[in-house]
Design a protein around this ligand. Sequence first.
Ligand code: AR6
Length: 172
Amino acid sequence: MDIQIITGDITSLDVDAIVNAANRTLLGGGGVDGAIHRAAGPRLLQACRAIPEVSPGVRCPTGEARITPGFALTARYVIHTVGPVWQGGDNGEPELLASCHAQSLSLATEYDLDAIAFPAISCGIYGYPPELASRVALRSLRDASEGGPRRVLVCCFSDAMADIWRDALNEA
Ligand code: AR6
């Protein structure tokens, strides 16, 4: 698996799937979630609504992932995952963030996808310190079993964020 860190808008990438840093309702929000829904068009919200709730209002528990088509996006699929809200680090945040990456990759493997792009899950509104999140995320991606996507991009929204992720990538 080739892992690359880039700076850009994840909605514009020509990959098989982009990962959305969603919330448990899967009904849209701010940040990268809002950008993905705007770029994919209203059919994405319809597809998300059709995903069954596992408890009232919850279509995807924290640490899990769900897949929909990409509709107006170049990417054929959107993999929606819900990162943990940072609460100091002792509330299962690393395990949940690792699980987001593992479950997203596992869906990509199931759908036989070659290239997938992740945003910096939990590093925005959810407040996970990127120096810590990047290390957890990259370890989880590397630990994933063989046979998954050949190309994994981490698409950061700023050069400063990409530098943090590159440091984490070079460290391991
Ligand atoms: N392309 C790539 N990265 C982006 C883009 C984009 N177009 N837009 C923002 N980012 P966030 P979270 C970066 O807040 O912390 C939503 O309301 C952003 O700069 O999008 O997991 C959901 O509905 C940051 O580095 O996701 C949830 O309620 C990273 O994406 C909540 O936010 C993640 O920031 C999830 O919070």
